[in-house]
Design a binder for this molecule. Structure first.
Ligand code: MLC
Length: 527
């Protein structure tokens, strides 16, 4: 018999009562049974408490409502009232800074959410918002607790409302470590970052059985909503790892790059990488010929402190890179076109990815450095019919709204609308730089010559020679950085080797930037 099954005894003195408390606590901490723990481990998963231990600094966890039990009736629930009600909630520290956490205990009702379980989550979310500290959810649950019906469903509503209230106020991180089906999947979607673990975590609105019944499609749980699918195809998750240990270690790393809340700056780190470290290698990394691909990741590696950065959405929309790194110890958000994937064009997914990242940086006081090498928006019927206009507008809207320090650097080409969207001076970049290899134009020289010199080319004795001449003329007239510099549209043309120093000194100057938007309830961003 366990304390779970019997009423508290009648200790005769204070020591007896304390002993009883310790016994109750021990049972609450142990959870339902050894067998349930073994079953969890057999699936390659850790228990909720093991996960919390990995996430937080040693001995820092302080649990809340450990002794909570449900009061539901029916379907045999009266006889099964485990402490915690299947979710462990509390706070602790990560690198000494407060972090709130809730973790589903799959061993209890499959981690399914009932009324008491939900109100525990609500309380910890309210505490995180009030304290102004990040919230991490360690998800491993079977969704709404079926026996509790609508009470369970309403519990989700309370979570969604708090996720939304906390959005842009405290960092919210969802770590998916088991199943997450149905409406439950909307909580992670409302948070800032979603982490998943390969093979053991899945997210979907309807599972494979329902999919088969409705559409006839046959698919496995992982094929439908596993980590790889969401990291690469849907963009639902930002990070995917092979095991829980690595995943949770990366959550800790991410937390060190974020502020506690929207009223603070991200923590500054001691920097040993010299501010004036020259990067002559950049001249070799980036070919002057605008049509030759190269790996933008190497450019980022070269200019940030010690080559360290954390890429967000690394495998989704790879034609754009979004990363968090440090420059002279200060956290910066880097957005960069990736010329080695789709030539670095902006398309629907790249626009969505970058827009969300810009919003996140702006919400959490992270300055934005934009590295441009963009041939334009991707042409095509799919893109137009898929709504590239409204998706591209999301990125434009996010930049235009961002009041954090914004610096853009044009490495090579920046054509047309894509140039404007990628944080041009005209939409509010605080400082804009260009390398001497830069070409800013409405479009590439070939395309431009074909439009504006169409008649001359058609009437010429040798149209190809005339086209070549006109392309050359257009390039030498318009397509060099000095055309923009003379007009004040870039603030300076810089030596690529000095990129790191220029960016760091500009960031230092902008540290005290303050900008306000007109008062309004909220904007109406394109969706
Ligand atoms: C999550 C699972 C894939 C996990 O499968 P596993 O084989 O690992 O584990 P299992 O089936 O043995 O479940 C472990 C224990 O949790 C219990 N259990 C599972 N799901 C439960 C639920 N939703 N409510 C209450 N208890 C539940 C099981 O009875 C079992 O209890 P015991 O240990 O006592 O035997 C599966 O359990 C499952 O498909 N559950 C149903 C999921 C679901 O339909 N949820 C509602 C979503 S709808 C929703 O949330 C609202 C909406 O979106 O619209």
């Amino acid at each position: 018999m366990t304390v779970l099954d019997e009423a508290p005894g009648e200790p005769t003195d204070a020591r007896g009562r304390v002993a009883e408390l310790h016994e109750i606590r021990a049972q609450a901490v142990a959870g339902p049974s050894e067998k349930a723990t073994e079953a969890q481990h057999a699936k390659g998963k850790l228990t909720a408490r093991e996960r919390i231990e990995l996430l937080l600094d040693p001995e820092s966890f302080r649990e809340v409502e450990q002794l909570r039990r449900h009061r539901a009736t029916g379907f045999g629930l009266e006889a099964k009232k485990p402490y915690t009600d299947g979710v462990i909630t509390g706070w602790g520290t990560v690198e000494g800074r407060t972090v709130f956490v809730y973790a589903h205990d799959f061993r209890i009702f499959g981690g399914a959410l009932g009324e008491a379980h939900a109100t525990k989550i609500h309380k910890i979310m309210d505490m995180a918002i009030a304290a102004g500290a990040p919230l991490v959810s360690l998800n491993d649950g079977a969704g709404a607790r079926i026996q509790e019906g609508v009470s369970a469903l309403a519990g989700y509503g309370g979570i969604f409302q708090r996720n939304t209230k906390a959005s842009g106020v405290i960092p919210q991180i969802s770590v998916m470590l088991g199943p997450c089906a149905g409406g439950a999947a909307y909580s992670p979607a409302l948070t800032d970052f979603v982490f998943m673990v390969r093979d053991t975590s899945q997210m979907f609105i309807t599972g494979p059985d329902v999919v088969k019944a409705v559409t006839g499609e046959e698919i496995t749980q992982n094929g439908l909503g596993g980590a790889d699918v969401h990291a690469e195809t849907s963009g639902v998750c930002h990070f995917a790892y092979d095991d829980e240990e690595t995943c949770i270690a990366e959550v800790r790393y991410l937390l060190t790059l974020l502020p506690q809340n929207n009223r603070e700056n991200p923590p500054r780190a001691e920097a040993s990488d010299p501010v004036d470290r020259r990067s002559d290698v950049l001249l070799d990394l980036v070919p002057a010929d605008g049509n030759r691909p190269y790996d933008m990741a190497k450019v980022i590696e070269e200019i940030v402190d010690d080559g360290d950065y954390l890429e967000v959405h690394e495998r989704w929309a790879r034609n754009i890179i979004c990363a968090l790194g440090r420059m002279d110890g200060q956290v910066v958000g880097i957005i960069a076109n990736q010329p080695q994937v789709l030539a670095g064009v902006l398309d629907i997914e790249a626009s969505e990815k970058a827009a969300r990242f810009v919003q996140m940086c702006d919400a959490f006081n992270i300055p934005i450095v934009t590295l441009l090498d963009v041939p334009g928006f991707l042409p095509g019927v799919d893109q137009e019919h898929g709504g590239i206009i409204r998706h591209g507008a999301k990125l434009l809207y996010a930049y235009c709204n961002a009041t954090v320090p914004r610096i853009s650097l044009i490495l090579r080409k920046a054509y047309g609308g894509a140039y404007i969207v990628m944080d041009s001076q005209s939409i509010g970049a605080d400082l804009t730089y260009a390398w001497p290899t830069n070409e800013i134009a409405v479009m590439g020289a070939e395309g431009a010559a074909n439009v504006i010199f169409r008649r001359q080319i058609a009437d010429a004795e040798d149209p190809e020679a005339m086209r070549a001449r006109m392309v050359k003329e257009y390039k030498s007239e318009l397509m060099h950085p000095y055309y923009a510099a003379e007009r004040g549209l870039v603030d300076d043309v810089i030596d690529p080797a000095e990129t790191r120093e220029v960016l760091i000194k500009s960031l230092a100057m902008l540290q005290t930037k303050h900008a306000d938007l007109p008062s309004r309830k909220h904007g109406n961003p394109p969706q």
